[in-house]
Design a protein. Structure first.
Length: 122
C-alpha cells in the first residue's frame, strides 16, 4: 500500500544544489534524497524523453554523459520542479511525487519496488 494520494507525503523541506552535478532534497518526513544530475536527466518525464503513446523511455540508459549538470532548479507551482540541464534540456517537469519515487537510495530502491526483476517485452 502506498499513500500516494495523500497530500504532504512528498513535500520537500529543502532543495539544495550541491555543486553542478548533484541535487539534494530533504523531505518533510525526514528522508534525504541525493540525485546525480545525469540520473535526473535520464529520467526526464517530458514528452521529448518519454513516448507519450507507449510511455517508453526514449533515452537510452547510460547514454547521458556523467558530467551532465543542473544549471538551475526552479519551482513549478507548489508541486513540482523544473531543471535546466547543462545540455540545454529544460522541458521536464518533475513532480515531487515523481522525484520521491526516483530516489536512488538503498531504502527506496530496496525490496519495495513494484518492478523488481520485471522484464517487459519490447
Ligand atoms: Zn525531457
Ligand atoms: Zn530514498
Amino acid at each position: 500500500m502506498r499513500p500516494s494520494d495523500l497530500p504532504g507525503s512528498s513535500d520537500p523541506q529543502e532543495i539544495k544544489k550541491v555543486g553542478s552535478r548533484e541535487l539534494h532534497i530533504a523531505w518533510s518526513d525526514g528522508h534525504l534524497s541525493v540525485y546525480r544530475a545525469s540520473y535526473l536527466r535520464e529520467k526526464c518525464p517530458c514528452a521529448g524523453c518519454i513516448d507519450e503513446w507507449t510511455g517508453a523511455l526514449r533515452i537510452i540508459p547510460g547514454s547521458i554523459p556523467a558530467d551532465t549538470g543542473v544549471v538551475k532548479a526552479e519551482l513549478v507551482g507548489r508541486y513540482a520542479l523544473r531543471f535546466d540541464f547543462s545540455d540545454g534540456h529544460n522541458t521536464g517537469i518533475f513532480s515531487f511525487d515523481y522525484l520521491r519515487a526516483l530516489c536512488p537510495c538503498a531504502d527506496c530502491t530496496g525490496t519495495a519496488r513494484e518492478f523488481a526483476g520485471g522484464d517487459s517485452n519490447g
